[in-house]
Design a protein around this ligand. Sequence first.
Ligand SMILES: [Zn+2]
Length: 247
Amino acid sequence: MAKIKQSEFEDEEKLLSPTIVINKKYTMIHIPIKNEIEDITPIKERMKKEHIKVCGIAFSNSDNFAICVVIDENRKFVKAKFIKGGKQYQKKTQMILNEIKKHRQKGEKFGEKNHKKYWEKLNHISDYYSHKVSKEIVDFCKENEVEVISITDMNEDINKNFTKSVGRYSPIYLRRRIVKYLEYKAFKSSIIITRIRKNYTASKCYICRGNIKRKNLEFECENGHKGDYFFNSAMNIAIMCLKKFGK
Ligand SMILES: [Zn+2]
């Protein structure tokens, strides 16, 4: 019989007494896991603290799945991390989509049995990257003592045009799943996620609020500030979180 050690679970998870479940075909052992979440202070209370670190996250359709920027309560920049893998993800999914396309070109219809394994593969790859990216975000936040993560509200993006313009199985398309896993992983690490409105986070300069122009992955504002386009967005997203809570 396989032994399960505490070390196979994350630090904050504790194993509880197992129960045996007897099914018609097999016997299973259920081991409940207890999560001890240290700090469950509501966000408003948390944001009142004298010292607080906020991580703004911008998602992109480039090789960077997520651009994370940590600032303190004075809007001072602390640290940034670009979470890569977007191109690799797109390449892997594209290969599978091409396989499906080949089958269809032979006249096979959607949903036939031999396509199932490809869709399962796509789902598996998407799941893998969503877990990987969300874990890297949370690890980065923990390293930098971040208590609040700020992201933009995504509701406006749920429409066909958005999917059409970015393509399915693109890095930005995966954002919803990344956020879903991020919510769960952040909560386990006592980090709260807040959503801010998207207004101007990508079109204004985080330094002077001037209008910006995008050139590929760079930006330049009307007052001459330059830099990474998504870094600018992530800074705005973090700053807007401080503003939202009166800082
Ligand atoms: Zn500027």
